[in-house]
Ligand binder design. Sequence first.
Ligand code: TXA
Ligand code: MG
Length: 331
Amino acid sequence: MTQILRINKFNPEADIISQAAALIKSGELVAFPTETVYGLGADALNPEAVAKIFRAKGRPSDNPLILHICDVNQVRDLAHENDVSRAIMQKFFPAPLTLVLKAKDSVPKITRGGLDSVAIRMPDNPIAQSLIESSQVPIAAPSANLSGRPSPTDSQSVFQDMNGKIEMILDGGGLTDFGIESTVIDVSNPGKIALLRPGAFAIETLEKFLNAKVSEPEKISQPRSPGMKYKHYAPKIPVEIICPEDLTLSHANKFANSGFVGINQRAKIFFKRAIIFENVNNYARGLFFAFRELENQDIARIFVEWIPDWGIGRGLRDRISRAAGVDTNQS
Ligand code: TXA
Ligand code: MG
């Protein structure tokens, strides 16, 4: 049985943090909230502890993990930095933004999925930060779902997937802030910053700061971000993308016995179950939870609304496409 401990998101109780940190230090797994999704944490420098993450998730061993830090000075021992990576960290960290750099040998091979690079991020969440600080090690943490399932944005979703497989879940209450995972960029070549996974951090913000374009993922047989080649984020029932202009009476027959997730108020006329958000940010925040809620209802499929391609919309489109099993240009 996995222990769930409720903890204050803004002012995490020290005794709970120290219990969780003791588990991390002794090589066990603890799930914790970040501002994006819940992470499944282990001591990133302990290969046996990291192996437990891959086992608990059923994750392919070639899919590397993100190292979570609480202080930019930790990067020195983990990766080869450059002026651009330092500037980005100084300007934006903590943020839902992950930087891929050339790894130092201190990072075990298993943590980086056998690659010579390493992914690093500083989460913007007091629970996550206190846990990392108190553990005194970088914490490797993928999303705390079974491989292929929607990422967990609340503690109950973690419990559904991980009960009995991990020691502890820190429950920050409610849903995480962004609801989709961090944006992953490769900054190992400062002259050519590349987007590996769109996510919660708007790429436009980064481009403005760099005064340069971030290069788009190419369609290549060997994706640079190994995780991009796997089917992801999928609920148990089929997901289909729907454009807002197709939410009309003339299409209504194909909506029978279906659910809907999106922002268009018109959808409530057509669907048996419609989860409609006020804006795109709330849509991103609630998408994965909506998937988990709708898959247990008596419906045949879920229609998800397609949205414009900017800000968090970019990351949201990626998650929607993958859940629908549509071939995006990254896989
Ligand atoms: O918001 C997030 O990023 C969450 C929270 C918990 O921090 N974590 C997360 O981890 O989404 P995960 O393991 O579900 O996704 C990490 C992604 C994968 O697509 C992985 O392939 C990629 O980052 N990645 C990790 N290390 C990499 C590396 N060295 N080079 C390229 N891609 C890497
Ligand atoms: Mg994941």
